[in-house]
Design a protein around this ligand. Structure first.
Ligand code: GDP
Ligand code: ZN
Length: 325
């Protein structure tokens, strides 16, 4: 015998809402992606690459740039965001007041941009790799301004070439680019086409120049609409913006203030991915919990002594491991 349960209107509404959230394939809802926002005003792009202003139902929670959402028009024909898809990752940074802020979600890859001049400390790049793996996302190292290689002194050039060769030999993807000569621009464009990408790197390495070079001219109208929307924001700290390419799924995230990723705590797996040669050698250490400092039978120290692993890399690994979980 089935028992009839009477539901209050409020209970019924709650159940309806839960159903709505649970039902990902609700065909009345359209897919979209958050391009930028200020406060509760959101700018989204639909599947046909059209921009719409909208608001989210309170039950959706806070949204950030890159969030994949489902939306429909309400009775007043306003765009109403009904659902948010699960995030693959979420970049959180403290704002000017130290308050943690969501910067962007669903980042596929991070371009770790470095340049011939100013040449950044390799440790900065490698620390960033750890943070990218921790996100988790795929890092791509970009060596920009290769046109200047001919102009710097031989010693500096050899140092840069050796470092870049080391990164490539460890399995990291490295793309050499020059906005001036055009080297690597097409390769980079293809690499970005279907990926949501964030570029990080010190000021002056050429992030702005590269993204301008990559972004198709056809995008200028959309860029104009986005900056008009951004100018309306009264917030002192501007939100990130996702500049989507007119074809494909990819786009570039402009995240103000995000030049590198400081890491508070490093997951062990991210550290292992960023230091694959140390991780591989450690399998042969006598002790499972070897710290590669001065333990007997340490295969990592032996590899450093043999010149197979750079002392500099082990030191950096040790420093980062001190912050690992
Ligand atoms: P950002 O601070 O990382 O966004 O760097 P910018 O894109 O503003 O570039 C800093 C400076 O480097 C500018 O003067 C650019 O014209 C210059 N620059 C960028 N890319 C290249 C390049 O490939 N070769 C040379 N020679 N200069 C470049
Ligand atoms: Zn060891």
């Amino acid at each position: 015998m089935t028992r009839k349960i009477r539901l209050s209107k409020q209970q019924q509404r709650q159940i309806d809402r839960r159903r709505r959230v649970a039902n990902d394939t609700d065909s009345s809802l359209e897919p979209g992606i958050v391009v930028t926002h200020h406060g509760h005003d959101l700018l989204i792009e639909d599947a046909e690459h059209h921009l719409h202003r909208g608001r989210a139902r309170r039950t959706v929670g806070r949204l950030t740039t890159g969030d994949r959402i489902r939306w429909q028009r309400d009775e007043q024909d306003n765009v109403l965001i009904e659902q948010r898809e699960d995030r693959r990752n979420l970049l959180i940074r403290p704002d000017a007041y130290g308050k943690k802020k969501m910067m962007a979600a669903n980042i596929d890859q991070v371009l770790v941009v470095t340049s011939v001049l100013p040449w950044m400390n390799p440790e900065v790049v490698e620390r960033t790799l750890v943070a990218v793996f921790a996100l988790p996302a795929r890092p791509v190292i970009v060596l920009n301004k290769t046109d200047l290689l001919a102009e710097i002194d031989a010693e500096q050039r050899e140092c840069i070439e050796a470092t870049v060769a080391l990164w490539a030999s460890l399995g990291f993807e490295v793309i050499r680019t020059s906005v001036k000569s055009g080297e690597g621009i097409e390769t980079l464009r293809e690499r970005l086409h279907d990926q949501v990408t964030l570029a990080v790197g010190l000021s002056g390495v050429g992030k702005t120049s590269l993204s301008r070079e990559i972004t198709p001219r056809a995008d200028q109208a959309a860029i104009g609409a986005i900056s008009a929307f951004n100018r309306e924001g009264t917030h002192t700290t501007r939100a990130s913006t996702l500049y989507r390419f007119p074809d494909g799924e990819g786009g570039l995230i402009d995240a103000p203030g995000v030049r590198d990723f400081p890491v508070d705590t490093v997951p062990t797996e991210a550290l292992e991915e960023a230091f694959p040669e140390i991780h591989a050698a450690s399998a042969y250490c006598r002790f499972n919990d070897c710290r590669h400092i001065n333990e007997p039978g340490c295969a990592v120290r032996a590899a450093v002594d043999d010149g197979e692993i750079l002392e500099r890399r082990l030191q950096q690994y040790q420093a980062l491991r001190a912050t690992s979980d």
